[in-house]
Design a protein around this ligand. Structure first.
Ligand SMILES: NC(=O)C1=CN([C@@H]2O[C@H](COP(=O)(O)OP(=O)(O)OC[C@H]3O[C@@H](n4cnc5c(N)ncnc54)[C@H](O)[C@@H]3O)[C@@H](O)[C@H]2O)C=CC1
Ligand code: BAL
Length: 521
């Protein structure tokens, strides 16, 4: 690497002024100029108080570089830029032209996809070939979709009232939108939100997670190259408790969209209520069930379920982290599930996520590593549960945050491991007898993000789709998203929907216009 190691959270004169650094990713022979500043009005700038945040490579536990961390003053500056761009430029730009800017962006993402994917792997540890490139494929699909939607989803309707009166509705953007995104899919989650908001005609201030800001900062250079006018997109890296909180509380922001933990989602909602009642979209946590009935195609079900929990090291809000299996096939399922986990998802001593053979990378941070390890220890030592790990913890062999896929079996419904979101490669398996039994267990959670059912019985599958309280239901698959399909949660998993037409609708509000043709009254 060309970067210099900096001790954690150090603020120095040199950092204060540093707006770019050269990064080299030797495995892919990629060298890039990494922006490190706040992106406001299409320029990278230092933070007002000179604070920086160091970002760590989870594969090695070592620092990559430090970037500027926004202050409250910078939030105000970005809001002013976004407000000015909305009122004077973007609200007067045609929807067709917005689509053209998004199409320009699509072309640039296509050209730079390997660099963006490489940055994602460097900063998150997710395997380059099996994960980061997949994230970029999805980003290209959704950018294409939203570019095409800019002049299509903003149509209102006409409502006849009486002979001399009618009304029509306009679908108009909110104005200035704040977006707060997490670290599990840093660029993909940003693009789920950003492209939809831009297609709808809003200007945006987007905050990446403090531990994964590099890809979005690099992406900002493409925003400028694509021709978006200054102030339409502003990227504010910084701490959630400061920048995220300031955005959620800001009096001149019209909408906030957040993805992350249910706890912080609640505080974003509260901040809106305590400030200007800005519109709120939340994508929060999950503890998604997968049900396997005795008539399921067992091997296929196991492949889907293993991918649905171990992909991205289990750091998926929709991960099928609770598996319920009908008792008559339970033992066979458990045996085969362990075999599949070992065969397809073992870390296997591979600690380089740029290597094609690496399918399970490290988890994002030492904090998450300790948290997930804590759950595994709790399951074994306190709850005395049976478990299987595809291999030992690789202590001493790497400084990265690698956690071997772990399966807990015969887990009671009351177990903490079954009730709480672990957000790692850890799954609990339990048995059920009847459909009613299984449904009750599946719905016994405060979350309602996603669910999966495996059966050849069409009636049972659709009954489950009807009865489960979750925003997504997969029948004979799991975690296979599509950018054209709406996504979001029931219960404490969130408010609102993203992707598909909902991904634009969520950034539009309805204005009703009443027309009176009579001159008499
Ligand atoms: N639903 C999902 O996709 C995600 C869920 N999580 C869950 O959250 C757990 C903890 O992870 P964290 O990184 O702590 O998640 P988090 O909810 O704190 O972070 C998500 C985003 O919110 C921002 N944020 C933090 N505090 C804020 C505040 N007071 N106001 C506004 N924004 C704020 C962060 O900077 C980040 O950009 C994970 O173990 C997992 O269970 C985490 C990331 C993504
Ligand atoms: N698959 C993207 C949403 C999530 O799992 O966090």
């Amino acid at each position: 690497m060309l970067y210099q190691h900096q001790p954690h959270h150090q603020t120095s004169e040199r950092n204060m002024l540093k707006l770019y650094t050269d990064l080299e990713i030797p495995q892919l022979k990629i060298t890039l100029k990494q922006p490190l500043g706040l992106f406001i009005n299409n320029e990278f700038c230092p933070s007002s108080d000179g604070k920086t945040i160091e970002t760590v490579n989870p594969t090695t536990g070592e620092a990559i570089t430090s970037f500027q961390a926004a202050s409250e003053k910078d939030v105000d500056k970005a809001v002013k830029a976004a407000r000015n761009a909305f009122e004077n430029v973007w609200s007067k730009t045609s929807s067709e032209q917005r689509g053209i800017y998004l199409s320009n962006l699509l072309k640039l993402i296509e050209e730079e996809q390997d660099t963006l994917a490489a940055l994602e792997t460097l900063d998150t540890g997710k395997p380059f070939h099996s994960n980061s490139k997949g994230d970029l494929t999805q980003i290209l699909q959704l950018t294409r979709y939203f570019a095409g939607s800019a002049d299509k989803f903003n149509k209102g309707s006409t409502i006849p009232l009486t002979f001399e009166r009618f009304a029509y509705t306009l679908r108009v953007p909110f104005g200035v939108v704040a977006q707060i995104v997490p670290w599990n899919y840093p660029l993909a989650m940003a693009c789920w939100k950003l492209q939809g908001a831009l297609a709808a005609g809003n200007t945006v201030i987007i905050k990446p997670a403090e531990n994964t800001s590099l890809s979005l900062l690099y992406f900002s250079t493409l925003i400028k190259k694509a021709g978006f006018p200054p102030g339409v997109v502003n990227v504010l890296p910084g701490y959630g408790s400061l920048v995220g909180q300031a955005l959620a509380s800001h009096m001149d922001i019209d909408k906030v969209s957040f993805t992350g933990s249910t706890k912080i989602g609640g505080s974003v909602l509260e901040a809106s209520g305590q400030s200007n009642l800005k519109d709120v979209t939340l994508e929060c946590g999950g503890k998604s069930p997968a049900l396997v009935f005795d008539d399921a195609e067992l091997d296929k079900a196991i492949n889907w379920i293993a991918a649905g929990i171990f992909y991205n090291s289990g750091q998926n809000c929709t991960a099928n982290s609770r598996v319920y299996v009908q008792s008559s096939i339970y033992d066979t399922f458990v045996k085969k599930f362990k075999e599949t986990a070992k065969k397809d998802w073992d870390i296997a001593g591979n600690f380089d996520p740029f290597d094609e053979k690496c399918v399970v990378g490290p988890v994002i941070s030492s904090t998450q590593y300790d948290r997930i390890k804590g759950f595994i220890e709790l399951g074994g030592k306190e709850e005395k549960l049976s478990s299987y790990q595809t291999s030992e913890f690789p202590n001493g062999k790497t400084k990265g945050y690698f956690i071997p896929p772990t399966i807990f079996t015969d887990v009671p419904q009351t177990s903490k491991l079954l009730q709480e979101e672990i957000f790692g490669p850890v799954v609990v398996v339990s048995k059920f007898e009847t459909y009613d039994d299984a449904l009750k267990l599946a719905n016994d959670t405060c979350y309602g993000l996603a669910s999966a059912v495996f059966t050849k019985d069409v009636k049972k599958a659709h009954m489950f789709a009807r009865d489960i309280k979750a925003g997504t239901v997969w029948i004979n698959s799991s975690n296979d998203e599509d950018v054209t399909v709406p996504f979001g949660g029931f219960k404490m998993s969130g408010i609102g929907r993203e992707l598909g037409q909902s991904g634009v609708d969520t950034y539009l509000q309805t204005k009703a216009v009443h027309v009176n043709l009579s001159f008499d009254n």
